[in-house]
Write a protein that binds this ligand. Structure first.
Ligand SMILES: *Cc1c(COP(=O)(O)O)cnc(C)c1O
Length: 408
C-alpha cells in the first residue's frame, strides 16, 4: 500500500474546508489517559474557550464526540420525550434534518416552510408558536443548502414568553457571522468544526442554558454518583439514546468525571486549537474577515454577470449560491475546476440540484488569495465552456473590493 497522498485541493465549497495549519498540528498530539489530570485540564480549558466562542456564561459548554449532527441529535433527543411537540421552521435542507431527527425521537413535529432562498420573520414564528404550543423550537441559523442566514435575535424573547426551549444549529454560521447565545436567550446550541472554525469534522461543541439542563435532568431520575443503577430509571421518560444522553455527558464533563464514553482526544485537541485560533485573531475580526472575503467573492461573481441565488440581504457571509447559466453543464465546470485547478466548489441538493453552485469562503480559506484564485479559475473554465465573461473582470472586481476595504 502506498502512503496516503491526496491532491492539494483548495476547498471552496460549503464545507468541509482546509484546516488551519495549527489545527492539523494539534491532531498529531500524543495521548494521555482519560482521567489523567493533564487530560481533564484540557477538557476544562475547552469548556472555557467555547464559552467565549458561543458568547455565553453557560457552565454547561462542552463537546459531543461525532460530527455536527451528533450535537444536533444529542440536544434534541435529550429534550424531547415521545409525544412532545416541537416546532421546526424549515428554510433549507438542514431544517428537514432537524425535523427528521425529532420525528425519530418520537416527537410530534410541526413545521412551517418558507420558500428556499428566503428566511422567516419573527412574527411568522411567533404565530406558529401560539398555534402549536410546542415544548421546543428547533431552527438552523445558517443553512448551507440555500446560503441563507436566519435572524435569531428576536426569537429568544418569544420563546421565553411562551415557555418554549430554544434550540439552534449554528454549524455553518458560527465564527463567520454574529452569534450571541446569552444576548439572544438561546437554551441549546450545537455546532461543528468544519465550517468557519477551520477544523476537521468530528467534534460538536454545544452550550446549554440552566433552563435546558434542568429540563433534561428531570428525565434523569438517578442521582449523580449512582449511575450504574440506571436500569432503575422509569422507562417512560428515559432518554432514548445512551451515547447522546446529555445528563450523562454533563456528569462526564463535570468535576465528578463519571465515566461515559472515552473522550475523542484527538478531536478535543483540534476543537481547542480551533477556538484558540478564533479568539487570538478576535471574534469580531474573524467575522469581519469572512464578511470581506464573502463580499469580494460576491462582487467578483456579479461582475462576471452570473446571477446570485436567494435573498441577498439574508446571505451568510461565508457562502454564496451562484445560478448555473442555462446552457452550461454545471457538473462539467465543477469537475474541470477540481481536476485541472485543484479547486472544489459545491453542488446542490433537492430542489436546487443542477441549478446552483455553492461557493464558500470559510475559516482558513476566507482569504484574499483563495478568493482570487477561485474567481480566476472559474473565469477560465467558463470561457472554455463558451460562457465567456469579460476577461479579468471577476478578479479585478474582487481586488478592488479588498483595496477599498483597506483604504477605509
Ligand atoms: C454543514 C452543516 C452540518 C454538518 O453536519 P455533519 O454531521 O457535520 O455533516 C450541520 N448543520 C448545518 C446547518 C450545516 O450547514
Amino acid at each position: 500500500m502506498q502512503p496516503l497522498n491526496l491532491p492539494p485541493r483548495l476547498l471552496m465549497g460549503p464545507g468541509p474546508i482546509n484546516c488551519y495549519p495549527r489545527v492539523l498540528n494539534a491532531l498529531s498530539t500524543q495521548l494521555v489517559g482519560q482521567f489523567d489530570p493533564a487530560m481533564t485540564a484540557v477538557m476544562d480549558e475547552v469548556m472555557a474557550l467555547y464559552r467565549k466562542v458561543f458568547k455565553t456564561h453557560n457552565q454547561h459548554t462542552l463537546l459531543v464526540d461525532g460530527t455536527s449532527r451528533a450535537g444536533i441529535e444529542a440536544l434534541l433527543v435529550s429534550a424531547l420525550e415521545p409525544g412532545d411537540k416541537v416546532l421546526v421552521p424549515i428554510f433549507g435542507r438542514f431544517g428537514h434534518l432537524l425535523a427528521e431527527i425529532c420525528e425519530r425521537a418520537g416527537a410530534r413535529v410541526e413545521t412551517i416552510i418558507t420558500p428556499w432562498g428566503s428566511v422567516f420573520d419573527a412574527e411568522q414564528i411567533e404565530q406558529a408558536i401560539v398555534r402549536h404550543q410546542p415544548k421546543v423550537l428547533a431552527i438552523v441559523q445558517g443553512d448551507t443548502s440555500t446560503t441563507m442566514l436566519q435572524p435569531l435575535e428576536d426569537l429568544g424573547a418569544i420563546c421565553r414568553q411562551y415557555d418554549v426551549l430554544f434550540y439552534c444549529d449554528a454549524t455553518a454560521s458560527i465564527g463567520g457571522n454574529a452569534f450571541n447565545t446569552d444576548a439572544w436567550q438561546l437554551d441549546a446550541v450545537s455546532v461543528g468544526l468544519q465550517k468557519c472554525l477551520g477544523g476537521p469534522s468530528g467534534s460538536a461543541p454545544i452550550t446549554l442554558s440552566e433552563r435546558y439542563v434542568s429540563h433534561v435532568r428531570k428525565r434523569h431520575h438517578i442521582e449523580a454518583g449512582i449511575r450504574d443503577k440506571q436500569y432503575a430509571r422509569p422507562t417512560g421518560s428515559r432518554i432514548q439514546s445512551n451515547y447522546f444522553d446529555v445528563p450523562m455527558l454533563l456528569d462526564y464533563w463535570s468535576n465528578e468525571r463519571l465515566n461515559h464514553h472515552t473522550e475523542a482526544a484527538a478531536m478535543l485537541f483540534c476543537a481547542r486549537e480551533c477556538a484558540i485560533n478564533l479568539l487570538e485573531e478576535g471574534l469580531e475580526q474573524v467575522i469581519a474577515r469572512h464578511q470581506l472575503a464573502g463580499g469580494a467573492m460576491l462582487a467578483g461573481i456579479q461582475a462576471m454577470e452570473l446571477e446570485i441565488y436567494g435573498d441577498i440581504r439574508h446571505k451568510m457571509n461565508n457562502a454564496v449560491g451562484v445560478m448555473i447559466p442555462a446552457k452550461l453543464d454545471g457538473e462539467a465546470v465543477r469537475n474541470e475546476l477540481l481536476t485541472r485547478f485543484n479547486i472544489e466548489i459545491g453542488t446542490s441538493f433537492g430542489p436546487l440540484k443542477g441549478k446552483i453552485w455553492r461557493i464558500g469562503t470559510m475559516g482558513y480559506n476566507a482569504r484574499e488569495d483563495a478568493v482570487l484564485h477561485t474567481l480566476q479559475a472559474l473565469e477560465t473554465v467558463l470561457r472554455r465552456h463558451q460562457c465567456a465573461p469579460k476577461p479579468g473582470i471577476g478578479v479585478d472586481t474582487a481586488l478592488a473590493h479588498y483595496d477599498k476595504a483597506r483604504s477605509l
